[in-house]
Design a protein around this ligand. Sequence first.
Ligand SMILES: NC(=O)c1ccc[n+]([C@@H]2O[C@H](COP(=O)([O-])OP(=O)(O)OC[C@H]3O[C@@H](n4cnc5c(N)ncnc54)[C@H](OP(=O)(O)O)[C@@H]3O)[C@@H](O)[C@H]2O)c1
Length: 250
Amino acid sequence: MIPSFDIRGRVAVVTGASGGIGRALASAFAEAGAKVVGTARRAEALESWLRETTGVTAVVAGDIAGPEAAGRMAEALAEPFGPPDILINAAGLNTREVADDVTVQGWRATIDINLATPFFLAQAFVPAMKDKGWGRILNIASLQSERAFPGGLAYGASKGGVAQLTRAMAEAWSPFGITANAIAPGFFPTELTAPVFDDPARAARNAAQTCIGRNGELRDLVGPALFFASSASDFVTGQVLFVDGGFTAK
Ligand SMILES: NC(=O)c1ccc[n+]([C@@H]2O[C@H](COP(=O)([O-])OP(=O)(O)OC[C@H]3O[C@@H](n4cnc5c(N)ncnc54)[C@H](OP(=O)(O)O)[C@@H]3O)[C@@H](O)[C@H]2O)c1
């Protein structure tokens, strides 16, 4: 009995598809045969992803931050291929404001895109997943779901929230064939982590903290994401998987 990692023909919506982790997962899922709708604000970056990617793909540009925007965008995201079977919530930001200087604006922006959007987008897509009796929600958590880092007050609060949101989604929707899980990446080079990787000593310290001895490469996230998005993980829900080279193991 070999479990199926096959996602061919599944419809996947990937937020944050203009760069970094979202873009890498959107490309991998398209290559694996899913019909992928990528979304983010930067239309040009989405168009370039569309051109560079093989498979059945579409893009919808727009701001998805917060409950109202997520609800509005959900309709547009279901247009190209119908409502998704798979939702990957990869859009996010990190203001890096230190605790004493956290602004109301920074706090709200962080909680909106990192925590509110994954929930309200999922809530909009769940009725169709229930009708099909199958759905997959994949959130992107963080080392900061569990650990505190300097300048991570709002970000860490949002990512701690993502871990619990994932469990609460699983509790609510798993009886309908919809699983909710999260990947918590270690350090991966993207626009979001440019301040880390622009400092070689800091990047090296993070690599040394892992068991494997290096920071992440975007391809490291593909296998775990395919596992969570396919029937191979039918009995796995409400989990946060640290894909961090063992950073949190030591
Ligand atoms: N890189 C890492 O090491 C790491 C580690 C742990 C967790 N994460 C998490 O992984 C996720 C992806 O991060 P990343 O590293 O890939 O960062 P990134 O390269 O900066 O990508 C963030 C994505 O989110 C989109 N986005 C941001 N605000 C948006 C908004 N208001 N509306 C629509 N889209 C929006 C951005 O697109 P536009 O600017 O075009 O809108 C971009 O595509 C985030 O949740 C992040 O917290 C990353």
